[in-house]
Design a binder for this molecule. Structure first.
Ligand code: XIL
Length: 392
């Protein structure tokens, strides 16, 4: 066991993250001009943008970097991209004093060349912390921990300043079904433990100071489906959003991760009311990580694909009816790479791989792709709401 970090090393760790203020003020360079749109006229993005919406996906660097057909699919279908791990602290700050942006930069350059926008994911999360950070936060005073958070946000959001349409400022901050409640529903996290519940507001304020053009987003999981604990969580979200607005916190979007699971129904009435209340607060809404865990559906591929498509359509029809809904982002686009296959509790009883995403292993458009396209085509026009919320 290495010795616990001393106060001096905490300060050194925090200080080594900070770039000189002048360097930060200079801003990033070298991501290239926004190119001509790469998406095809029959793509998901084309159908979405005809209604003032955007469609895009999460891009894992290993596949992006290694497979031409994958890059072509992402260019053809998407108007907005997000990095799966490349902008998380774990990847950006692998060791004290070292920052690593090359993979995130490569995805951003690709997006720019293709006329695509980018979301930023994610600034303050209990997970994906590099191993050296949790002990550091564990020994930091609240002031030191705040300083560390500020330097981190300034480092990553400063590097990408002006390039990111929306940053997930906080991710998964509320407890889920089995998490103990740490006050106001906030889940256990090194940020909560070191800074206290004010860490959430503070993170939004720091992003706003660092990159005012990026829409500060609260991204949350497990708020979409029809089960009592999720309905209780929705109520907590609404009360917290109201309080944040009343305190003048610069939050502009709420993100529903939308890792939907076939084991829980969609309650369209509950979902509609939830989204309407968020919209009425003047916030934009994004679907940020859509995929469908098909565990409860049969093995037969044709049946399964149809059920996945119908399930997504039930969700999207309600979501896209809400004027404040702006973007639909799937968590990757290509079935073989879905993160769902990496999680033991998401395993299908028949041992088959999940079919959670719009394209299959041969990059063919699946029934889910067609359901998404039909949902975009059936959606009301969001252009006016997007324009209003762009300035919000
Ligand atoms: C996942 C990535 O897809 C994986 O590659 C990584 O190993 C773990 O994180 N909610 C989130 C995302 O907000 O950041 C997670 O991404 C999926 C769940």
């Amino acid at each position: 066991m290495p010795p616990p970090p001393s106060r001096r090393s905490i300060l050194a760790g925090a200080a080594s993250l900070g770039l000189a203020p002048a360097a930060r003020a200079a801003g990033p360079a070298g991501f290239g001009p926004l190119g001509r749109p790469s998406w095809a006229s029959d793509s998901l993005q084309a159908a979405a943008s005809a209604k003032g919406l955007m469609y895009g996906c999460e891009v894992p660097f290993h596949r992006f970097d290694g497979t031409v057909a994958y890059r072509q699919a992402v260019a053809r279908e998407c108007g907005i991209l997000v990095c799966g791990t490349e902008m998380k602290m774990e990847e950006v700050l692998p060791a004290p004093g070292r920052s690593e942006f090359s993979r995130g930069d490569a995805i951003l350059r690709f997006a720019r060349a293709n006329g695509q926008r980018m979301r930023g994911h994610t600034l303050v999360w209990h997970a994906a912390l590099p191993p050296w950070v949790a002990p550091l936060l564990g020994r930091a005073s609240p002031v030191q921990a705040e300083d560390f958070m500020r330097r981190w946000i300034e480092t990553v959001a400063g590097h990408y300043r002006g390039q990111i349409v929306a940053w997930d400022v906080v991710n998964e901050i509320l407890g889920n079904e089995t998490d103990p409640d740490r006050g106001g529903g906030l889940r256990d996290s090194p940020w909560l433990a070191s800074i206290g519940p004010g860490y959430v507001d503070l993170a939004f304020r720091i992003l706003h100071e660092t990159d005012p053009a990026a829409a500060g987003t609260w991204n949350e999981d497990a708020v979409e489906q029809g089960v009592p604990w999720m309905e209780a969580k929705r109520t907590k979200v609404l009360r917290r959003l109201e309080a944040m607005r009343a305190r003048g916190v610069p939050i502009r979007r709420f993100g529903l991760q939308s890792h939907l699971t076939s084991t829980i129904p969609i309650d369209q009435g509950q979902l509609r009311r939830f989204l309407r209340e968020i919209g009425q607060m003047g916030l934009g809404i994004a679907i940020t990580e859509l995929d469908i865990d098909d565990r409860a559906f049969p093995s037969d591929v044709a049946t399964r694909d149809r059920k996945v498509a119908d399930f997504a359509r039930r969700y999207l029809d309600v979501a896209l009816d809400e004027p404040a809904l702006l973007d639909v982002v799937t968590w990757d686009i290509y079935d073989p790479d879905t993160w769902l296959n990496d999680h033991p509790y998401r395993k299908r009883p028949d041992g088959l791989a999940q079919r959670a995403l719009p394209l299959d292993a041969q990059y063919r458009r699946k029934p889910l792709w067609h359901a998404m396209k039909a949902a975009f085509q059936a959606a009301p026009d969001h252009t006016a709401a997007r324009e209003r919320l762009r300035r919000g």
